[in-house]
Design a protein around this ligand. Structure first.
Ligand code: FDP
Length: 354
């Protein structure tokens, strides 16, 4: 009975305990347990603990974003709150939280954030670790004020030279070198989805337990895609090849063309997550006056390319795999096509005709 159980073991968990069929019980796994179980026997725990740190920071950001609508009541960003502290913008809050949780643990040699011009060094007073963390603390931030889902994206590399303190070279690595990548989606519920190169796994935050529970094991892109996602308002800015591809996606008369519906949230993590579950393609192509499009290679395209590859899909800049691009700058942008392989390759074939 609920009353006789410890506080944390509340009703929200009971439906997970109900038997499936006659005999099978649903297996409940927290993200901590799952990460631990996946760890190779030879591991020292540094990498495992880094993933725990990210799960912890995800909970902190979720707590804050869930209160975003109260800003109007409790004070605007830039205002001074009751305690005399300035209200922070959520993306700045998320950025600072990640740095505060991760800079002193001895697991990282360097970090790079979409929010900051330069790399983030680990203060000399702390031990240096073997990993480099890249992140977009709050992607889709234009959606915060209108209560639309947003997300955090992250990628983890091994440091190139373990004897040195972190350098820019440690984060300017192609996404193929990532040892893990993932995102946290702050939506109707909060989800953390990640891969360490052994499939893509999703966890849903149980708010009452304060735990991420395994809800989507080994996520694979459906073979039959359901959606295409693009900001159609920019059609006039695209090259003829991209325009032709976009029209092909809509073409009901071409027997080769799939029957797709359109969905575009304008919040990359949310668009990506939906298409991962339902199949399809998201693209943010080059534009006449933005030859590299808008999406950042290091913080958005690279980690999501790693995930889609693990889920059986493909990501491209229209010419080559995102995984193979050697980054040259921290804030480099790239045209971006991601989703079911045949759709992305179709986009490439249209672009080759430009
Ligand atoms: P935002 O500027 O709101 O942070 O790359 C950032 C991003 O959002 C993506 O999340 C989103 O897919 C895209 O930009 C939306 O851009 P448009 O408004 O130009 O469509």
């Amino acid at each position: 009975m609920a009353g006789s159980l410890p506080f944390a073991f509340n009703n929200s968990l009971f439906h997970l305990l109900e038997p499936h069929g006659d005999t099978n019980m649903t297996k409940i796994q927290t993200i901590e347990r799952f990460i631990f179980d996946q760890q190779p026997e030879t591991a020292h725990g540094e990498f495992t603990n880094l993933l725990y740190d990210i799960a912890l920071v995800a909970k902190l950001i979720a707590h804050k974003t869930n209160r975003a609508g109260l800003v109007d009541i409790l004070g605007q960003a830039g205002d001074v709150n009751i305690q005399g502290e300035a209200q922070q913008k959520l993306d700045v809050f998320a950025d600072e939280m990640i740095v505060r949780i991760c800079d002193h643990t001895g697991r990282l040699c360097v970090m790079a954030s979409e929010e900051r011009e330069e790399i983030i060094h680990i203060p000399k007073k702390y031990k240096k670790g073997s990993y480099a963390l890249v992140f977009d603390p709050l992607d889709g931030s234009s959606n915060i004020d209108v209560n639309v889902s947003i997300g955090t994206v992250f990628g983890i590399y091994r440091c190139i030279d373990w004897d040195l303190r972190g350098r820019i070279e440690d984060v300017l690595q192609p996404a193929r070198n990532l040892v893990a990548a993932g995102y946290v989606l702050f939506g109707a519920s909060t989800m953390m989805v990640y891969s360490t190169g052994r499939g893509v796994h999703g966890f849903t935050l149980d708010l009452e337990l304060g735990e991420f529970l395994l809800s989507h094991q080994n996520m694979r892109l459906p073979e039959l895609p359901a959606y295409y996602s693009v900001n159609w308002a920019y059609y006039q800015r695209w090259s003829p090849g991209i325009q032709a591809f976009a029209r092909w996606l809509q073409d009901q008369d071409d027997s080769d063309a799939p029957t797709l519906s359109a969905r575009y949230i304008g919040s990359l993590v949310s668009d990506f997550h939906r298409n991962l579950l339902r199949g399809g393609i998201f693209f943010y192509p080059a534009e006449a006056d933005k030859p590299n499009g808008k999406i950042r290679l290091l913080y958005e395209a690279g980690p999501l390319a790693f995930l889609i590859d693990q889920a059986g899909g493909y990501a491209s800049d229209g010419r080559e795999s995102i995984l193979d691009i050697e980054p040259t700058g921290l804030h480099q942008r790239t045209p971006f096509f991601i989703g079911n392989r045949d759709l992305v390759e179709k986009a490439e074939s249209f672009i080759r005709q430009d």
